[in-house]
Design a protein around this ligand. Sequence first.
Ligand code: HEC
Length: 495
Amino acid sequence: MRRLLSSLAAICLALVAAPAYAEEIDATGLYNRNCGVCHGVDRLGKLGPALLPQNLKRLRKKRAHDVIKNGRPATQMAAFGEELNDDEISAIVEYIFTPLKDVPRWGEKEMDATRNIAIEVDKYIKAPLYKADPLNLFVVVETGDHHVSILNGDTFEVIHRFKSRFALHGGPKFTPDGRYVFFGSRDGWVTKFDLYTLEILAEIRAGINTRNIAISPDGSSIAVANYLPHSLVILNSTDFSVEQIYDVKSTDGESSRVSAVYQAPKRNSFIAALKDVPEIWELQLDKGAKLRRIKIDEPLDDFFFDDGYKHLLGSSRDGQNAVVIDIDAGASIARIGLPGLPHLGSGISWDYKGRQVMATPHLKEGKVSVIDLADWSILKTIETKGPGFFMRGHEKSPYVWTDVFFGPNKDVLHIIDTRTLEIVKTIKPAPGKTAAHVEFDKDGSHAIVSIWEKDGAIVIYDAKTLEEVKRIPMSKPSGKYNVWNKITFSRGTSH
Ligand code: HEC
């Protein structure tokens, strides 16, 4: 009797449990069967990109759902709307937006396994294999379809276009002679490209989620700033051998993401911004990459350096202040009240009435702040038509250009006269479409604007008359970089 009762209970339990079990979606199983082959069952990416919350931050859940249901046209990402219902897709979206239980190890062994080196054809070639001034090329990053275009800066013709890694992040970095350029991707791939032979020479995966890369002043090494794992990686720029992996931790042992790494040419060092702990790191290359920790009051982000690399300005966490750090003293010496989240990393400098000034757009307010670099006072606040992202100028042009990246006026750009600090012209290159990121050519005679859309373009302006010269269709040209302005550390561009 007793046995009968207990088996009855077991049956009842099974009856109650069964429907609930049937409804529960096995997201991991669905993912592994449908997606693992391209994105990796570990979600670290293979042929398709890594699917981790850190990497998908910009995409967001709603758009991820849409991509899975409808696919991405003209890519290997197919539509799953037929095979999977909405609930199943939602479960997969939750799954890919869940952090990994354990951050995988990404050490020298793992990096070595990803390295790819081309035959060193570049060694025997001493001049460009095309007719154009190699120092006036533009490297245009097209994030719409993950390509890079190489533009002749004299004729404004595209001389080459190639597929990049998925989602390049941060600006490309050039060797001092301007011949080689390095790219970092969201998923940690670092690519070396030869601007003479127009060939990819080397690749390595130096992280799982990467913020940006920097090149040492002599061009011999590349630093990689990672969010996942918490590391700063130094690579040899010739053969991509791993020179050093810093497991990023504060003196107290607290682990931190690396927000960004910068080259400080006049100090011969790399400087890294740490996201989660109140320290700035300087790797002093003269001293064999000796690590110097600068202790600060709170973590700072998004650095601007003055011309001598004696000071840096960093954004405070509350988005209301820029903190000035005297790098040699290793101390904060001033705090500039800049409400509206200044985008210091886009800051540029010029001379105004005998003083050195820097200007920064703000990501949350429609204004450009002009700061006197002698005493850190705000010289002027220029009202704009909305929050901005980038600014650019050139030593040979009296104008600086700034975009209005956010809000209803995202299609306009302001042109500011550096002599009067007044907006002299507002242009609208493509009504309704985001206009952003300006870059000058080598001699400052032209400014190129991006129409930041999938069916976008670059628009070339005469930098004196401010009239349009030419327009070339491109796929979300998120940034363009002139070799000369980068290798000479033009004050009109951020580095
Ligand atoms: C045949 C290979 C392949 C399969 C199978 C595949 N994907 Fe993809 N997926 C890709 C590629 C390639 C991309 C990059 C497309 C592009 O260039 O925009 C991508 C992009 C994505 C993106 C956008 C990532 C971003 O950051 O923009 C998501 C999300 C995604 N896939 C999820 C999935 C899920 C979930 C599955 C399974 C249901 C799946 N994919 C199956 C190849 C694949």
